[in-house]
Design a binder for this molecule. Sequence first.
Ligand SMILES: Nc1ncnc2c1ncn2[C@@H]1O[C@H](COP(=O)(O)OP(=O)(O)O)[C@@H](O)[C@H]1O
Ligand SMILES: [Mg+2]
Length: 347
Amino acid sequence: MGYATLLTLVRGMSGTEMSEPLLKVDDMSVSFKTDAGDVRAVSNVSFEISPGEVLAVVGESGSGKSVTALALMRLHPKNTETTGQVMFDGMNLLDLPEPQIRSIRGRDIAMIFQDPMTALNPVFSVGEQIVEAIRIHNDVSKADAWAKVVDLLQLVGVPEPKQRAAQYPHEYSGGMRQRAMIAMAICNDPKLLIADEPTTALDVTVQAQVMEVLHDVQEATGSAMMLITHDLGLVAGSADRVQVMYASRLMERGSTDEIFYESRNPYTRALLASIPDLESVKDKLDSIPGNPPSLLNPPSGCAFRPRCSMSVPQCAEAVPELVAFGGNHASRCHLATEIDITTGVNA
Ligand SMILES: Nc1ncnc2c1ncn2[C@@H]1O[C@H](COP(=O)(O)OP(=O)(O)O)[C@@H](O)[C@H]1O
Ligand SMILES: [Mg+2]
């Protein structure tokens, strides 16, 4: 049996019965107590990530993607109520004592943000900061940590890593800073990387380069990744599975192919239709008409109903359930079974 076949077999099994999921989020809800009332930013969201798997979480701004990631790492602000369960490596992160959750953050779970300056301190050199991040969690000498930093910077494509390690964040370009943050995120070989809009602040060519680095790094380290983005176009080549969020709820989930070619959800299909077509000269993307609803006073029934071209009276009456389509594919839409998936979204 060839190596490739064996690998496919092992991977196929690990996705199902062979290994436990690395992360299992069960019925998680997050509400903010504000003066204006409760803002329910995440509603009954459940999902899993297997070891080594890349899950993309996609949806327009305000859908609850970042709050999902922050809440599962317990990084949400004080005025927050989180319910549900977040199992990671056999522990429920939501009721772990603070010192334990702190030792998991940055070691077993690492985050990459849109703005590298949230992770990088301007008054220390890039190298010093990564050395520090390594030494918080590992008993290694400064010299050994520095050697590792140079290797890491090399891995993420920072040229002349030895010299660059001694420079300060402001001496790096935006793309290089993002690479440095990726190096810092992987410095303790995390089991799970959470990348929240990692390329949103960068221009298009640099975006592609940083996505490639992220992809290479994920493959090289074998860590699992939760890739959060508002740009469905970004995930085509990088994710194993995709889950689409809208107005705090999971709208659709499936393999990347199921989401791109067999979507059973009008919101996903609207997102797909708004991806700029590289072959045509469409330089401004057609965004979905209208805006996401306020989560303070969400509309009755399906939250996408006011913007949905398929909506029927039933949509105002009840929030649709997730309808399963075999495997991991499921869609939250009253009309999910009626959608003609043979019609291309851009047709
Ligand atoms: N600290 C907060 N207080 C009140 N509401 C918040 C807070 N943080 C986020 N929200 C609300 O939660 C919703 C989801 O936000 P977020 O997860 O950041 O969206 P995104 O999908 O763009 O990452 C938004 O409507 C946002 O206004
Ligand atoms: Mg966000």
